[in-house]
Design a protein around this ligand. Structure first.
Ligand code: UDP
Ligand code: MG
Length: 339
């Protein structure tokens, strides 16, 4: 069931049976309905395999009572760290903020809505023990996604496979376990335009996949509408490849060639047969066509130029209002009060 990728020769089983500490990074934006169930479920799974862990919650500028709930859970459960971001930065940056705070020698990235089943973490740890640095979960079926979402997702992966410099595995989200080595690699990449799937693929390292069924959201609604997904796709392509710029160049050449050939054709035609009908409509079509292509190509260049502009500002990725550490590393189990 599990597939191994990367340089298998480099994989030597680890001497430890399990990570000394597993950090579970969970970005959350307006997740009051899910967090309590999430903590209970993660705790049960970790207890079942006797795995010491900490949960690193990132409050991504929620506008409901998510932060208060996180604080309450932290009071009662211990082993919970909270990074309270100063505003909504989006999932990619929230995940990075969590990774920055994670102390474990292995780290799992997981969604708060229980769409990523915590039960899979045990399988991921088995992969870690085998020596893999990245164990990612691949969805078997896209339950809960409509036909349009399935189609657009398939189209996106096809495009990124074609033009991308690195291979982004299909139907794989951010749900994964990473060794300390892999986490440090991800954290060292501080670009503003973060397409996590691209970054995770770019770092390399021996990786392995486990399959799972993605359940529909436990509660609440998805934060991704089609506009955000479209922007994520553009981010995914422009942050990992220069192919659209090359494509623009060749497209420009091809159009110029067509213009040249048809120009020559019209000159020859006029010389031999004259020009009885003034070609006004043709002219309008050609001008509009060329104008359209020029604007499109300028748009593509603009996408890249804008990214260069944002990166040159060298701003920090995020600001945290407050960071509350977990009490991980102080014995097991640390449930301060019964729930
Ligand atoms: N999320 C976040 N910031 C955002 C949007 C989402 O931290 O701006 C979190 C959200 O709370 C959840 C995870 O990212 O834990 C995945 O979000 P969602 O379930 O909306 O995405 P989907 O599962 O539909 O891809
Ligand atoms: Mg979700």
């Amino acid at each position: 069931m599990a597939r191994r990728k990367g340089n298998r020769a480099a994989v030597t089983p680890r001497s430890e049976a399990r990570p000394k500490l597993l950090s579970i990074v969970c970005p959350a934006y307006n997740e009051t309905e899910n967090l309590a169930a999430f903590v209970v479920s993660v705790e049960a799974c970790m207890r079942a395999i006797a795995q010491p862990f900490e949960i690193v919650f990132v409050n991504d500028g929620s506008s409901d009572g998510t932060l208060e709930l996180m604080n309450r859970l932290r009071q009662t459960h211990g082993r919970i760290a909270i990074v309270d971001l100063s505003r909504n930065f989006g999932k990619e940056i929230a995940t990075t903020a969590g990774l920055d705070q994670a102390k474990g020698d292995a780290v799992v990235v997981i969604d708060a809505d229980l769409q990523d089943p915590p039960e899979i973490i045990a399988e991921m740890i088995a992969g870690w023990r085998e020596g893999y640095d990245v164990v990612y979960a691949r969805r078997r079926e896209r339950h809960g996604d409509g036909p349009v979402k399935k189609l657009t997702a398939a189209l996106f992966y096809r495009v990124i496979h074609r033009v991308g410099a690195v291979e982004v595995p299909e139907n794989v989200g951010d749900f994964r376990l990473m060794s300390r080595k892999a986490v440090d690699a991800v954290c060292s990449m501080r670009e503003q335009h973060r397409f996590m799937k691209g970054i995770f693929a770019w770092i390399g390292f021996p990786s392995m996949e486990v399959l799972y069924d993605r359940a529909p959201r436990a509660a609440g609604t998805t934060k991704w509408n089609y506009w955000r997904l479209w922007n994520l796709s553009i981010e995914g392509i422009t942050s990992s490849t220069l192919a659209p710029l090359k494509f623009s160049t060749y497209f420009g050449f091809a159009t110029a060639l067509v213009a040249f050939v048809s120009g020559a054709f019209f000159i020859v035609k006029t010389l031999f047969f004259g020009d009885p009908v003034p070609g006004f409509p043709t002219l309008v079509v050609v001008v509009l066509f060329l104008g359209g292509i020029q604007l499109m190509v300028l748009g593509v260049i603009g996408e890249y130029l804008g990214r260069v502009f944002n990166e040159t500002k060298r701003r920090p990725l995020y600001f945290a209002t407050e960071v509350y550490p977990s009490d991980a590393g102080s014995g097991w189990p640390t449930v301060r009060k019964a729930v």
